[in-house]
Ligand binder design. Structure first.
Ligand SMILES: C[S@@+](CC[C@H](N)C(=O)[O-])C[C@H]1O[C@@H](n2cnc3c(N)ncnc32)[C@H](O)[C@@H]1O
Length: 284
């Protein structure tokens, strides 16, 4: 449980406990992480990762960022607080015989000495944690002087197509469904404004900070079931939001999604749903 959850006494709708991440680890590994390889590689390139560098991945999940880093030839340590995510990471890394280790660790208190890594990164991980300032300071602390810190985060939520398609499909079946509460913005979007991300990286102790907004997340789906699995596998919050739906309602939503995807793809091939990204890089 995080400090925020301890303060409030129970998990907020806007943060998910480690057990919730454990419970989606298999879906994440199958439906989400494999599609991230291209954007992860773009981020690693912006951070200047080279073969032979040491690379620390923070809130690594099943390896969306650290498997591409290991494929570049970096020596990787992947960390995540979810033991199940780490299990899936280990299975992927050993299947490819990659130079990559993994350890269970909370990003707010990394069990790693100061000045250890050439590049430290986090993709869609430190983006969503409750004490992001502390997690960023930790990323900076463990990076070598002159090394780089990389943060890949979602941009403007109003342009997050998969989220809007999913919410409209649920509302087509359950008109009273409101989606995420609007009075408390989702932590996932706390650095959606590139200027906020820039300032947080500077406040964490980085210099020469750049924010790239030219890359997008691209989710290619052919069926409603695929978009359902991507949405519920990517983050525990959608599951919490649809927890009270009946099986019949879920089937109907998937059918609505099928129709929306057919319409977007013109009936053949995959529909591609995009989301804007902020890729921040700074030097220690
Ligand atoms: C959306 S996933 C991103 C995973 C991966 N970085 C990727 O790009 O596919 C978010 C990850 O953050 C992890 N996470 C959330 N809170 C964390 C914390 N306090 N410490 C470490 N990991 C955390 C979750 O377990 C999950 O694996």
């Amino acid at each position: 449980m995080t400090d925020l959850q301890q303060e409030t006494g129970q998990p907020s709708e806007h943060t998910a406990p480690v057990e919730a991440w454990d419970s989606i680890a298999a879906l994440y590994d199958e439906h989400v992480a494999p599609g991230e390889s291209e954007l992860a590689t773009a981020g690693l390139r912006l951070a200047g990762l080279q073969a032979g560098d040491t690379f620390l991945d923070v809130a690594a999940g099943t390896g969306g960022l650290s498997l591409p880093a290991a494929r570049i030839g970096a020596k990787v340590l992947a960390t995540d607080w979810s033991p199940k995510m780490i299990e899936h990471f280990n299975a992927r890394a050993s299947a490819e015989a990659l130079d990559a280790e993994a350890r269970v660790m909370d990003c707010h208190a990394l069990d790693i000495p100061d000045n250890s890594y050439d590049v430290t990164g986090s993709q869609f991980g430190v983006m969503l944690v409750p004490d992001q300032a502390q997690a960023l300071r930790e990323m900076v602390r463990v990076t070598k002087p002159g090394g780089r810190v990389l943060l890949i985060a979602y941009g403007d939520p109003s342009e997050f197509e998969a989220l809007h398609v999913f919410i409209s499909a649920v509302q087509a079946v359950v008109p009273e469904f409101e989606g995420p509460a609007e009075d408390e913005p989702m932590l996932e979007f706390q650095v959606a404004d590139p200027d906020v991300l820039r300032q947080r990286l500077i406040d964490a102790g980085l210099r020469d900070v750049t924010i790239d907004t030219t890359n997008q997340e691209r989710v290619a789906v052919r069926t409603g079931q695929q978009l359902w699995d991507w949405t519920l596998g990517g983050n525990p919050i959608p599951s919490m939001l649809v927890a009270d739906l009946t099986d019949r309602q879920r089937e109907d939503i998937i059918q609505v999604l099928d129709g929306m995807i057919r319409e977007r793809s013109g009936g053949n091939g995959a529909a591609v749903l995009t989301a804007p990204l902020n890729i921040g890089v700074g030097t220690k």
